[in-house]
Design a protein around this ligand. Structure first.
Ligand code: PBG
Length: 327
């Protein structure tokens, strides 16, 4: 091995052009997926725990999607806030539900932008859990599968390009794949929230999506943050059941898991830079403690470097403008 002074790593850091030429990791707008919260209410409604994020009416969501498309953002991920909730989350699979309407409106306004829908019951159930409950109040895995599959099918019938189940029931990818295939949608991909942790970083999202559990927590279905081997097993299972893209969520606290899932599956990996990760950066930047743009770029670069192909982030808009050379 040649050594100092022959070897001087600093030689390649001397100019911006040289640094750009030897850079190993890049982030492009097309790698980004922007979450959108759609509501029946008119207009735009700020989410207080997520400065800069709003709940949007169907027409505002379509406008927003068209703008994101023009910035080169790859996809939007839709979450719905229904008019009313019930024990079985029927708003999730209503043919004229909020997400189903938004998909149609966005498809009319956009051309190549991919419309992905989050498939889960927690925004639609009155108890706020991600599945139906047993009389004892436990989330009942197998009966939930049929409702998730119905939700996914209704999203695809409305025109969704891809579905993203986020409930963490066992077997749901297989159930959704089976239902889509039977209905002739063999070409519609599934991006599964394969490795989703029971994370405190989802706090602000639950205000945005109005989906906080009304009792207990999600630890009986989402993963223990202490486990990484199990994350790899979850990702493998989803791939076996027919997932086309596997997701790890949250992102920055789980870079080791992103790395391992990528190495192990060789599948496209998405990482969800979640609401709490967003709001922490926003809060520190508001106080002048960090430079928001630089921190955001560093965060998504780290997520890509760990092995994520796609990043779901509330900063998609800002990042796309930054990467596109707009200030
Ligand atoms: C629904 C869902 C959640 C998130 C995405 N889909 C919340 C949860 O599981 O409690 C969190 C996203 C975020 O925090 O940005 N199950």
């Amino acid at each position: 091995m040649a050594r100092f002074p022959t070897v001087r790593p600093r030689r390649l850091r001397r100019s911006a052009r040289l640094r750009a030429m030897v850079r190993e990791t890049s982030v492009e707008p097309v790698d980004l997926i922007a979450p959108i919260f759609v509501t029946y209410e008119d207009g735009r409604h700020p989410v207080s725990a997520m400065p800069g994020v709003e709940q949007l009416s169907v027409s505002a969501a379509a406008e927003e999607a068209a703008r994101l498309e023009s910035l080169g953002v790859g996809a939007v991920l839709l979450f719905g806030i229904p008019e009313s909730k019930d024990a079985r989350g029927s708003g999730a699979y209503a043919a004229d539900g909020i997400v189903q309407r938004a998909v149609g409106a966005i498809k009319e306004r956009t051309d190549e932008l991919l419309v992905v829908t989050d498939v889960c019951l927690c925004e639609y159930t009155d108890h706020g859990h991600c599945g139906v409950l047993t009389p004892e109040g436990v989330v009942d895995n197998d009966p939930t599968l049929e409702l998730l599959a119905r939700s996914a099918l209704s999203h695809v019938e409305a025109g969704a390009d891809m579905v993203a189940p986020s409930d963490m029931m066992d077997g749901r990818v297989g159930a959704i794949r089976g239902t889509l295939d039977e209905s002739g949608f063999t070409q519609v991909p599934i991006m599964s929230y394969a490795v989703k942790y029971a994370s405190a970083f989802y706090g602000p999202f639950r205000e945005a999506a109005d989906s906080a559990p009304q009792f207990g927590d999600r630890k009986a279905y989402q993963m223990d943050p202490a486990n990484a081997d199990e994350g790899v097993r979850e990702a493998r299972l989803d791939v076996e059941e027919g997932a086309d893209i596997v997701m790890v969520k949250p992102a920055l606290p789980y870079l080791d898991v992103i790395y391992r899932v990528k190495q192990d599956t060789g599948y496209p990996v998405a990482a969800y830079h979640v609401s709490g990760e967003y709001s922490m950066i926003k809060a520190a930047a508001e106080r002048g403690w960090i430079d928001e743009d630089r921190v955001v770029l560093e965060a998504v670069t780290a997520i890509r470097r760990a092995g994520a192909d796609l990043i779901i982030t509330y900063f998609a808009d800002r990042l796309a403008r930054m990467l596109g050379g707009e200030e």
